[in-house]
Design a protein around this ligand. Structure first.
Ligand code: FES
Ligand SMILES: [Fe+2]
Length: 372
């Protein structure tokens, strides 16, 4: 499909840039996505990653700045990751073209003779804006075939509520389309079945819930409330501070769920992103920070891993069923957040297409009721 397009040779010196994916994979472009952990990019190592089916090569200059280029040489397409980095310039392994790592600009073509008129500096390797935040390297994925806007928003940052805190990261891959990954993340009804465990909750603790939701830009918020009295960690927190626990949960496009729990001076803040790698693979990156003195990172990670593994195993099983293209349903109210997600996504794409303001699927606060 797209291979036919990609192998077209350009014989002029114009920069060769993006080729659109062969069909719409349901990706949301023009957003930041976490590509790799900051700690993975050390020395002069070139690292590969894939976001939205775009192969990337990442590295760090000798000045410490991270960069992300398309992992494809603009000359004849060999992955630049087979080349090498000298701290400033990436050199292709095939004919030795050299590219300035942060801008992608070509700085040297070794085969040119003194007679050649080719303007080397007009050739660019594809490159993407790149920022480090909360221990991740974020890459701004610009729509294929479009120019980068003049200004792009800052990469997302985890909210913290004090100077000193513990922070930890977990991640896992899901063999799922991004939409299933995301609606799995926001699904309130699977808890008692998927996440049964002695430290969290038992299946028998299922009970009716009613929560207010409100619109926020590009997303929705579960209005601040006191979390389930069934959950042991929240009970403990309340016992220690003697103050009520309030939880605020937000979802914002393209893929971010944040949760902030506060009780007196104590707080816990987390963010989960579900990032599309390919149309059949996505990855959850989970980062949490807190100032709860009684919660060591090792203990949290142990529980967190169990949680993620439960979700991952469920998604692996679901993928098995989805291979046969079954009809699916979304029911009220438990699946209403999933419906909002699909509406937000569709309305954003529509507003980008027409230039008209985005229609928000929520006109105001709504109460949802479900049992979980
Ligand atoms: S393919 Fe990269 S320099 Fe020729
Ligand atoms: Fe879950």
């Amino acid at each position: 499909m797209s291979e036919a397009v990609r192998t077209t040779l350009r014989t002029d010196a114009e920069p060769t840039q993006e080729t659109a994916p062969a069909m719409d994979a349901g990706f949301l472009w023009d957003f930041w996505y976490p590509a790799v952990r900051s700690s993975e990019i050390t020395g002069q190592r070139l690292l590969t990653a894939m976001l939205l089916e775009v192969p990337l090569v990442l590295g760090r200059t000798s000045e410490g700045k991270v960069f992300a280029m398309r992992d494809s040489c603009p000359h004849r397409g060999i992955p630049l990751s087979y080349g090498r980095l000298d701290g400033k310039v990436v050199e292709c392994c095939y004919h030795g073209w050299r590219f300035e790592a942060c801008t992608g600009q070509c700085v040297e073509i070794p085969s040119l003779s003194g007679q050649d008129k080719l303007k080397v500096e007009r050739i660019f390797a594809g490159h993407c804006p790149c920022e480090e935040r909360d221990g991740y390297v974020w890459v701004y994925m610009n729509s294929p075939g479009t120019r980068l806007p003049e200004t792009i928003p800052a990469a997302p940052a985890l909210t913290v509520f004090s100077g000193k805190y513990t922070i930890t990261h977990l991640s896992c891959e899901l063999p799922s389309h991004i939409d299933h990954g995301i609606i799995g993340l926001m699904d309130p009804a699977h808890g008692p079945f998927v996440h049964q465990s002695w430290f969290w909750r038992k299946r028998g603790s299922i009970h009716e819930k009613a929560k207010w939701f409100e619109p926020i830009p590009n997303g929705f918020r579960m209005s601040p409330h006191s979390p389930s009295a069934n959950s042991a960690p929240y009970r403990l927190l309340k016992k220690i501070t003697g103050e009520p626990v309030t939880t605020t949960i937000d979802f914002v496009l393209p893929n971010i769920r944040t949760e902030e729990d506060r009780s007196g001076k104590l707080w816990f803040s987390s963010r989960a992103t579900v990032t599309p790698v390919r149309r059949d693979l996505c990855r959850i990156d989970f980062v949490a920070a807190w100032n709860l003195f009684f919660l060591p990172a090792s203990i949290f990670r142990m529980f967190g891993r169990v949680f993620l593994r439960q979700d991952q195993q469920t998604m692996i099983r679901q993928a098995e069923g989805l291979r046969h293209n079954p009809r699916l349903m979304l029911i009220d109210d438990a699946d209403r957040p999933a419906k909002w997600y699909f509406a937000l996504k569709a309305n954003l794409i529509e507003s980008r297409r027409t230039g008209a303001p985005m229609v928000h699927p929520l006109n105001g606060p709504v109460m949802l009721r479900w049992r979980s």
